[in-house]
Ligand binder design. Sequence first.
Ligand code: CTP
Length: 400
Amino acid sequence: MDKPRVVLGVSGGIAAYKACELLRRLTESGHDVRVVPTDSALHFVGAATWSALSGNPVSTEVWDSVHEVPHVRIGQHADLVVVAPATADMLAKAAHGLADDLLTNTLLTARCPVVFAPAMHTEMWEHPATQENVATLRRRGAVVIEPAVGRLTGVDTGKGRLPDPAEIFEVCRRVLARGVTEPDLTGRHVVVSAGGTREPLDPVRFLGNRSSGKQGYALARTAAARGARVTLIAANTGMPDPAGVDVVQVGTAVQLREAVLKAAADADAVVMAAAVADFRPAAYAAGKIKKKDGQDPEPIVLVRNPDILAEISADRARPGQVVVGFAAETDDVLANGRAKLARKGCDLLVVNEVGERKTFGSEENEAVVLGADGSETPVPYGPKEALAETVWDLVAGRLS
Ligand code: CTP
C-alpha cells in the first residue's frame, strides 16, 4: 500500500521548531511527508532540517522544478495538508485565496482535508480579522485547532500557543482515518473528567488507582473534533493537553468535585470518565509518617468521598443536561451496570469489563453503553477513540 501523503505547511512563527517533532511523528508512523515552508518560516528553521527530516526536497517557491508544476501537483496528490504553525498572515491568505508562494498555491489546489494549527500572540488571535478568517476557513470545512493557553514568545502568557506536537499529530491521524467529522457538537459545552484521583496520606504518600486517563483524553479529543467547547478535568494523568481543549488539573476527589461542578454549570453534557476514589484517609499527616522500631503501624482510617456522578445527576445544572458515567466491573457486568445506572441516576453508563489488555493503561477498550431508557449499545474491542465516538453519538442524539 502507498504511504499516505501529507503536506506539512510551515509558516513563519517561532513555533516552527515544534513542527520538526510533528514531522518526525508523521514520518515515523509511515507517512510520506512533503514539507512546504514559507520564506519567513526558513528564518526559524532552515530548509536543510526539513529536507533531512522528511527525506524529500524542500522549496518555498513555485519557480523551482517548474517542469513538475509543483504548485499544482503537491496539493493535488496530498491526502492531508496540515499547516503548523499557521500565523495570522497565513490564515488571512488562506481565507482569502491568495496564492503568492508554494504553500498558498498548495492550499488552493488541495482537495483533501486541511488542518490549521494557529500560533500567534493573544492579541493577534483575538483580533476580529483573525477570528473572521478562522470562521471562514471552518465554514469551508477546514479543521482549525484552537491554540493552547500558556507561555508565548518572550515573557507573555495567554492564548496563542501551538498545541503539543503529539496532540497535533493525533488530530492529523484522526482526520486521515475518518476525514473531517461532521461538527455535530458545535455550540455545545461538554465537560469530561479523566484520570484517577490521589488521596494524600502524608506529604509523600497517597491512595491512588491505576486509571491512565486515556479514555477521558480520547473523549475530550473527539468532542473537540466534533466542534464542542471542551473542559477536561484531569486528575494525575501526566499527558500533554489535547489540542483545542481547556484543561483543569486536579489531584483529589474533593478538588475534582469542585472543578466538575464549576464547569458543569453551563455544560450541555458531563462525562465522568475519571476513576474517583470512593474513600480518602480521614486525617492528613502534615509530616511524613515514620516507622517506629518494634511498633505496628497505625491503622489508616478512611472516610467516604462525595459521589460526584450521583450528585450532578440528581441536581442537573441545566435542564436537558446529559450525564454519562463509567463503571468498571469484574463480575455480572451487565446486571451490576444496570443497578449502578439506576443508583447513580445518570443518562448513560459505559460499562467495561476489567481484565487483561482491557481498560487500565491500554489503547483499546470494549464496553456496553447502557441507557436510562433501557437501550444497550455494545462497542466491540477497539481503540478508545471508537468508544468515545459512540458515547458522543449517544449524547448528541439526546441533545438534539
Ligand atoms: N464516581 C464519582 N464519584 C465517586 C466515585 C465514582 O463521580 N466518589 C463516578 C466515576 O467517575 C464513574 C462512576 O462514578 O463515572 C462509577 O464509579 P464506581 O466507583 O465504579 O461506582 P461505585 O458507586 O463506587 O460502585 P462500586 O464501588 O459498588 O463498584
